[in-house]
Design a protein around this ligand. Structure first.
Ligand SMILES: NC(=O)c1ccc[n+]([C@@H]2O[C@H](COP(=O)([O-])OP(=O)(O)OC[C@H]3O[C@@H](n4cnc5c(N)ncnc54)[C@H](O)[C@@H]3O)[C@@H](O)[C@H]2O)c1
Ligand SMILES: O=C(O)C[C@H](O)C(=O)O
Ligand SMILES: [Mg+2]
Length: 600
């Protein structure tokens, strides 16, 4: 019933019964044969096809592998168990060492498997997503990026640099896969909350695409991580002899945009339907590239749009957690700290939602939202204000004694917000939240990685009170509040949405990714939780349910695309089933060799 509250929702309309008319893009759970164009040792060295000791004898004969492997054939299950045993031994052997050392050791063992045998890698990742996501994704991926030049062994993905200008249209054909569906690109300029890491930021697209495979069932052979190396302004990296990127300061202005334009043209010339996700671009380029490409290509910016959808789902969940009707969202007082791509993305989606609920214009619905950046409360009195932040600047007449640049603590004390949402990496305000007007105030410490979180979960429950709702961008353990009470920790991370946004767009064949599709994604995530869960402060599902959540989100996105006539129709009832049945799942497929000169 709750799902129908958004009466103007883009996904509300049931759509026609016709199939999308697309060929099935992903292999189904029962594997069909897989065509390979190589033989012998070349297959053993190709992680897409390698089965290690798992090649059956018939296949060893067919592919010229006899004698290249020890004679015993080991089953997939045995290989799986052997890997997990090694992983658990590593856990035991590193116990007591510093966290960073342990995390990197875990990342190395997983990365070695990734480089050797992708089928086994993705199977262990999917089955153990709760334990492995914090290693291949946030927070360890941040540490990997920081140490990337030293950790580098084998390349993964593609690197387009400022030196490749004029070459990209041909370079794109160097990528070995015939079809690419999903691309995640970064220029390394704002990696999590760690700043400009230049070429080392490639770890982020790799980690995001791992989540696409694990959560959305995108075939890994159809994913492409991309680094756009336009230099770095990080003085440490510029002086580091081991640094693997261009040792030049970043391109700016038209020079910068011409590189991104060339990349986008090259990608879409080869794979016209590929979806491009922009990730961890500094704010000015995040907004600029989104506006530049979103009407022309199927593309979205995860930090602006994915984050906004996840935060909105959490904000709506907070209203439910407070035992109030969803329509009370229009009355929620929300303080957002951080006026960057993420904070502004959240605010604009929240404003759109309030204006839809209240049936009023967006300018009239800003009253309850407060924006704070490194210079304090953002008001119209500010001398220079970023155009993207301007719509959220407070009217000095509206802020009841607060002034331009008021500190976070002043704002929280005065406003007594229902929700404090951090996307800036700054903390220190928790005690003030005790004075919130809400019976169940919410704290969203969304900055990543863990070291940049606005506060830890334990600090939040200790200082703001055991009754709060808490969510963080990076994972924390639940908190023991004593007397058998548990402070539940939610992970408010865009990983709950971007895989479904990509999957739903891909399967529907949508031409672009519209606001309606993003809104549908967010609402489906919000409605995924039961009333009982939200009342217990559980706003987001456990990550172990991420494949199921992603199927739901993907279906909502596809339905919204259909109802906006951005894609062709499909019956609502079958949509989740259709999406689920198109998810790739890692099993060994029989390999069949085909000579390349037999292909047209
Ligand atoms: N949980 C998630 O899903 C998620 C998604 C996107 C971004 N993030 C995290 O959010 C953070 C910000 O990302 P972004 O893209 O908006 O970055 P950004 O660089 O565009 O913006 C950072 C903002 O923080 C503000 N800031 C810096 N110091 C401050 C201070 N002392 N007090 C108040 N504000 C201050 C800056 O003025 C700026 O407005 C990063 O740590 C990122 O990892 C999390
Ligand atoms: O990468 C993440 O974990 C979330 C988000 O995209 C971020 O930039 O922090
Ligand atoms: Mg990001």
């Amino acid at each position: 019933m709750w799902r129908n509250i958004f009466s103007k929702s883009a996904n509300a309309a049931a759509v026609g019964k016709a199939n999308f008319g697309l060929e099935r893009r992903f292999s189904a759970a029962i594997p069909g044969p897989c065509i390979v164009h190589k033989r012998g040792a070349d297959i053993l060295h190709d992680p897409w096809f390698n089965k290690d000791t798992g090649f059956p004898m018939t296949e060893r004969d067919r592919l010229g592998l006899r004698g290249l492997l020890p004679p015993r054939v080991v089953s997939f299950e045995q290989q799986y168990d052997r890997f997990m045993d090694s992983y658990h031994s590593l856990e035991k052997n590193t116990r007591g060492q510093p966290d960073g050392i342990i995390s990197l050791a875990k990342w190395r063992i997983l990365n070695r498997l990734h480089d050797r045998n992708e089928t086994l890698y993705y199977r262990v990742l999917i089955d153990n997503i709760k334990d492995f996501a914090p290693i291949v994704y946030t927070p360890t991926v941040g540490l990997v990026c920081q140490n990337y030049s030293g950790l580098f062994r084998r390349p993964r993905g593609m690197y387009f640099s400022a030196k490749d200008k004029g070459e990209m249209m041909s370079m794109i054909y160097n990528w070995p896969a015939h079809q690419v569906d999903m691309i995640v690109i970064t220029d390394g300029s704002r990696i999590l909350g760690l700043g400009d890491l230049g070429v080392q930021g490639i770890g982020i697209p790799i980690g995001k695409l791992d989540m696409y495979v694990a959560a959305a069932g995108i075939n890994p052979q159809r994913t492409l991580p991309v680094m756009l190396d336009v230099g770095t302004n990080n003085p440490k990296l510029l002086q580091d002899p081991l640094y693997l990127g261009l040792r030049e300061t970043r391109l700016e202005g038209e020079e910068y945009l011409s590189i991104v334009d060339e990349f986008m043209e090259a990608v879409h010339a080869r794979w016209p339907k590929a979806i491009v996700q922009f990730e961890d671009f500094q704010m000015k380029w995040a907004f600029e590239t989104l506006q530049r490409y979103r009407k022309k290509f199927c593309t979205f910016n995860d930090d602006i749009q994915g984050t906004a959808g996840v935060a909105l789902a959490g904000l709506l969940g907070t209203v439910r957690a407070q035992g109030r009707p969803l329509s009370d969202f229009v009355k929620q007082k929300i303080v957002v700290v951080g006026a960057g791509s993420a904070g502004l993305g959240v605010l604009s989606m929240a404003v759109q939602t309030v204006s839809r609920m209240a049936g009023s214009s967006e300018t009239a619905t800003n009253r309850n939202f407060y924006l704070i950046d490194k210079d304090g409360l953002v008001t119209k009195d500010r001398k220079t204000i970023d155009p993207a932040a301007a719509p959220f600047a407070k009217d000095p007449g509206d802020i009841d004694g607060l002034r331009e640049g008021a500190s976070l603590i002043e704002v929280v004390k005065k406003v007594k917000p229902h929700v404090l949402l951090g996307l800036s990496g700054v903390g220190g305000v928790l005690k003030a939240m005790r004075e919130s007007e809400s019976t169940k105030p919410a704290i969203f410490a969304m900055s990543n990685p863990t070291s940049n979180a606005e506060c830890t979960a334990a600090e939040a429950f200790k200082h703001a009170g055991g009754h709060i709702v808490f969510a963080s961008g990076s994972p924390f353990e639940n908190v023991d509040l004593g007397n058998g009470r548990i402070g539940h920790v939610n992970q408010a991370n865009n990983m709950y949405l971007f895989p479904g946004i990509g999957l739903g767009s891909l399967l529907s064949g949508a031409r672009i990714i519209s606001d309606g599709m993003l809104q549908a994604a967010s609402e489906r995530l919000a409605s995924y939780m039961t009333d009982e869960e939200t009342q217990n402060g559980i706003l987001f599902p456990s990550i172990s349910r991420i494949r199921d959540v992603t199927a739901e989100v993907g279906a909502a996105v596809a339905q919204a695309a259909v109802s906006e006539e951005l894609a062709e129709g499909h019956g609502e009832e079958e949509m989740v089933e259709y999406v689920t049945s198109n998810m790739w799942f890692p099993v060994y497929s029989p390999l069949v060799h085909e000579k390349l000169d037999h292909i047209d």
